[in-house]
Design a protein around this ligand. Structure first.
Ligand code: HEC
Ligand code: HEC
Ligand code: HEC
Ligand code: HEC
Length: 149
């Protein structure tokens, strides 16, 4: 009996810990700068992008929902405080050549397109509105020259 009780407490503690840890994955814990390094690319052909997460959210005042989403019935139901999955959790297609020729449904799941459409898409829009913008649209401004590995 005693042993069984101990097991149950152990399970409960693990359960509560999981909830608490989940709840702490919030804006405050996000690194200011994220090195985007998706693991579905066994090898990156381009230099890794250093993404200024905090600047984008705070200085540039971009809504979390411009980048984070969970779709349900075609609507983005993600809200601040919800857990955030890496983009590659859902955008699982790793094609990096000819990705724009994939069937439309597969394009939506392509990771390179997900990033480029999101990041470069917004930057291009900004550039149209204001030529002086510092939001980069050229490859090497996001992907630093790759060092020999
Ligand atoms: C301009 C786009 C953008 C905006 C705005 C943005 N994020 Fe992110 N966020 C990202 C990207 C990109 C990642 C990294 C995803 C990856 O590596 O797959 C990320 C990662 C995260 C993570 C996970 C961090 C980690 O270390 O695992 C959390 C949590 C998060 N964002 C919360 C937020 C919240 C809350 C806001 C609004 C206050 C926000 N983000 C605004 C693009 C954005
Ligand atoms: C929970 C799953 C999930 C996560 C995590 C996720 N996405 Fe998506 N995303 C989707 C789905 C599903 C669609 C397609 C929605 C539709 O049918 O129109 C989509 C669509 C998109 C689109 C529009 C389609 C396109 O290629 O033009 C972009 C851009 C995008 N996601 C970028 C991102 C980025 C960047 C991240 C990480 C910061 C991310 N997504 C994280 C599920 C996800
Ligand atoms: C909804 C719009 C939007 C999205 C989405 C977005 N950015 Fe930006 N980005 C901006 C703005 C605004 C600036 C600042 C422009 C200025 O200062 O003139 C910027 C600046 C930058 C800069 C240069 C300055 C700095 O802070 O480093 C880089 C690099 C950059 N973005 C990378 C990214 C990457 C990578 C992503 C996708 C993960 C992304 N951005 C998504 C709007 C956006
Ligand atoms: C606004 C920033 C930005 C610009 C501009 C940009 N990219 Fe990217 N690119 C990204 C991000 C973020 C990823 C996702 C990396 C990851 O998931 O690890 C990516 C992924 C890639 C990948 C797949 C990963 C790899 O290294 O093999 C390739 C290839 C790529 N980009 C090529 C280019 C080329 C070529 C250009 C210029 C025509 C370009 N990118 C412009 C941000 C950018």
């Amino acid at each position: 009996m005693v042993k069984r009780w101990k097991v149950e407490v152990g399970v409960l503690v693990a359960f509560v810990a999981a909830i608490v840890c989940g709840a702490f994955v919030q804006a405050g814990d996000v690194p200011d700068v994220i090195t985007i390094n998706s693991s579905i690319y066994q090898q990156h052909t381009k230099g890794l992008v250093q993404f200024t997460h905090k600047k984008h959210a705070e200085d540039y005042k971009i809504a979390c929902t411009d980048c984070h989403h969970v779709y349900k019935d075609g609507k983005n139901v993600w809200k601040e405080g919800d857990p955030v999955d890496k983009c590659e959790k859902c955008h699982t297609d790793a094609t990096i050549k000819g990705e724009k020729k994939l069937p439309p449904e597969q394009q939506k799941l392509n990771l390179k397109l997900a990033f480029h459409n999101n990041c470069v898409g917004c930057h291009k829009k900004l550039k149209k509105e204001n030529k002086e913008t510092k939001a980069p649209t050229t490859c090497s401004k996001c992907h630093p020259k790759k060092k020999a590995q």
